[in-house]
Design a protein around this ligand. Structure first.
Ligand SMILES: O=C(O)CCC(=O)C(=O)O
Ligand SMILES: [Fe+2]
Length: 319
């Protein structure tokens, strides 16, 4: 992986983050979704180690060619509680991992969630769920196709944060990432042009409990011709136009050619820039023994004001 996409905390910096997280864990009412706790978290995020804040600031300015940032050596719980197994599992309590995730995320922007997904919880558990192995969602364990998060949604996240609490037994589950900045080099002019036309429709993912809210026809590439934003989910986005279909196939090949795989270790936190970078996951074999792979996820918006019409005055949950 390109070194510009990695940041490793020193042990002293990790200890500083642990102190800050400890303060958050002791902040009443100890629940991440409440306004008071989030206000405190926003304030404390300004006291994260300066080197980390500088790196996050640089990432916000320019996500780089890989469109992601991997932060290593954050504090981790000891012992780690058993991996949850229920579907739509969320973390409302201000645990160490949830506090670390929110504090770092709030240095990038505002954390947000969606009322129709996982009951609007700001921190969500990404865990394999018995019986859901084949599902194209983060509860599954078959390969998860490359996607941007919530491609169907008008207020999709700017960043997706994924913090590893526990790896899978076999270290087989790889987070896959692919940035359109790299993929563009593999696309010819005709394909690029087709992807800029409104020939594509995207369905909501299975994690959303409002199945009738698919998109109007939209473009896959928007913005600058050479350095575009991307909006696609290879499971949920389709075209009824033959040229559109062909362009999607070419894009999928390009994405495959440039995608990287990261087997996350506990206390690794990845931020994916959801405007330019797709993510997915390789297959793995869950055992449902309490020791399965466990990530915690949070979404970040850069401009909270933009979603004001679909949330309450100080709310973080979008309708
Ligand atoms: O399991 C992973 O590594 C990624 C899952 C995913 O796409 C997500 O939680 O948004
Ligand atoms: Fe995802």
């Amino acid at each position: 992986m390109n070194p510009e996409s990695r940041f490793e905390l020193s042990d002293a910096e990790r200890a500083d983050v642990a102190l800050l997280a400890d303060e958050l864990m002791r902040t009443p009412p100890g629940l991440v979704d409440g306004q008071e706790w989030l206000d405190r978290c926003r304030g404390l995020s300004c006291h994260l180690p300066a080197r980390l804040r500088n790196r996050l600031r640089a990432f916000r300015h320019d996500p780089g060619r890989a469109g992601m940032l991997l932060i290593r050596n954050l504090p981790e719980a000891d012992p780690v509680p058993p991996t949850p197994q229920e579907s739509d599992s969320v973390e409302r309590r201000a645990t160490l991992s949830a506090s670390v995730l929110c504090a770092v995320a709030m240095e990038l922007g505002e954390v947000v969630a969606y009322r129709n997904e996982k009951r609007g919880a700001l921190v969500q558990n990404v865990v394999p769920v018995p019986g859901r192995e084949a599902q194209q969602s983060n509860a599954g364990s078959v390969p998860l196709e490359m996607h941007i998060e919530n491609a169907f949604h008008p207020h999709r996240p700017d960043y997706v944060g994924l913090l590893c609490v526990r790896s899978d037994h076999d270290l087989a589950a790889g987070l896959r990432v692919a940035c359109v900045r790299a993929a563009m080099e593999h696309l010819d002019a005709g394909t690029r042009q087709t992807l800029r036309r409104p020939l594509f429709l995207t369905e909501p993912p299975p994690s959303f409990d409002r199945p009738d809210s698919g998109t109007k026809p939209h473009a896959v590439l928007t913005g600058d011709a050479e350095d575009p934003d991307i909006r696609v989910d290879f499971h949920a986005t389709h075209s009824t136009d033959p040229w559109g279909e062909q362009a999607m196939d070419a894009l999928e090949d390009a994405v495959r050619a440039v995608s990287e795989e990261i087997v996350l270790a506990p206390a690794d936190l990845v931020f994916v820039d959801n405007r330019v970078t797709l993510h997915g996951r390789t297959a793995f074999t869950p055992r449902y023994d309490g020791e399965d792979r466990w990530l915690q996820r949070a979404f970040v918006h850069l401009d909270h004001r933009r979603s004001r019409a679909v949330r309450s005055p100080h709310g973080h949950v979008l309708n």
